[in-house]
Design a protein around this ligand. Structure first.
Ligand code: NAP
Ligand code: COA
Length: 268
């Protein structure tokens, strides 16, 4: 237990892409602290599984099947959630797609697919949530990625998409702030036991290199990302708006450009 029990009692959360990994971790944490939680994703079995898992933890949970790329499908789910729970207070937009592919091998449809899920999908989630948000006091959290601001090989599609997510975060924080709707983003670093890590860190060697490049010399957990989400959607963050916050052990500081081994050699 990290926060005050019942921190989010009476709140309703909609977590897009909330049926696995980091987003499911966030959904579980929001529920643990009292929110009613709806999760949304494409795969019906996953949706059912996540809903069952949340309910087993004592969360009042709902699940909707759909695709963030299709406005009608997310609009329908958002409306159903608002009807189920009487409104929406918290929205997490975390649905994403990723694979490694250098630009010269990436098809136009491959590029478009990732931009469509991550960027257009995030707009669709936020835009469809807007009429249902209880304000003042609503909180939106977009899940970004380090690729939004740093260049990684074979990640042009993700960089383009997540850079857009960051600007959506800032733009809507600016447009909606006066209504009492806060829009922030979390940038997770490498998080253990996730699909994202499995797809990008394909070998033990790569994982070891990443570990050495991280100032904390360890990977993060979904729970650590969820703790930041809990803060951002609580009243404790009532004046935090348009912020893009890293939860990465300091990876963004550029451990890969660390001269500590040269320094150690010079001192010998
Ligand atoms: P994950 O387990 O693959 O989660 C992705 C979720 O999005 C799944 O629930 C998936 O369910 C859903 N989804 C995918 N496409 C969708 C679509 N078109 N419409 C609706 N739902 C869709 O991934 P993860 O690794 O935990 O990553 C979660 C988030 O964190 C992503 O935004 C990712 O970019 C970000 N992130 C992850 C890491 C990391 O270390 N893992 C690092 C930085 C950022 P369905 O298949 O059922 O649709
Ligand atoms: N390398 C290169 N191109 C790829 C690819 C890969 N590994 N995987 C898919 N593509 C391309 C496909 O070839 C296709 O392009 P084409 O029509 O020119 O051949 C395009 O991307 C769409 O692929 P498709 O499989 O039809 O997309 P989808 O909508 O069914 O699935 C993905 C979307 C590809 C992003 C899929 O990996 C997914 O659902 N991911 C969700 C989970 C995830 O990525 N989690 C990590 C989050 S960080």
């Amino acid at each position: 237990m990290t926060f005050v029990p019942g921190l989010l009692k009476g709140r309703v959360a909609f977590v897009a892409g909330g049926t696995s990994g980091i987003n499911l971790g966030i959904a579980s944490a929001l529920g643990e602290y009292g929110a009613r939680v709806a999760v949304f994703s494409r795969n019906a079995e996953r949706v059912e599984g996540a809903q069952r898992l949340l309910a087993a933890g004592g969360v009042d949970a709902m699940g909707y099947v759909g695709d963030v790329r299709e406005y009608a499908s997310i609009e329908r789910a958002m409306g159903a959630c608002a009807e189920w729970a009487g409104g929406i207070d918290i929205v997490v937009s975390g649905a994403a797609g990723n694979f490694l592919c250098p630009a010269n091998e990436l098809s136009a449809n491959g590029f478009r697919t990732v931009v469509d899920i991550d960027l257009n999908g995030t707009f669709n989630v936020l835009r469809s949530a807007y009429p249902h948000l209880r304000r003042p006091g609503a909180s939106i959290i977009n899940i970004s990625a380090p690729q939004a601001t740093e260049v990684y090989f074979a990640q042009v599609h993700v960089s383009a998409a997540k850079a857009g997510v960051d600007m959506l975060t800032r733009s809507l924080a600016s447009e909606w702030g006066h209504e009492g709707i806060r829009v922030n983003a979390i940038v997770p670093g490498p998080i253990l036991d996730t699909e994202g890590m499995a797809r990008l860190a394909a070998s033990e060697e790569i994982r070891e290199a990443w570990l050495q490049a991280n100032p904390m010399r360890r990977f993060g957990t979904a729970r650590e990302v969820a703790n930041l989400a809990l803060f951002l959607c609580s009243d404790a963050a009532s004046y935090v708006n348009g912020a893009i916050i890293h939860c990465d052990g300091g990876q963004v500081l550029g451990g890969g450009r660390d001269f500590s081994s040269s320094w150690a050699a010079l001192k010998k």
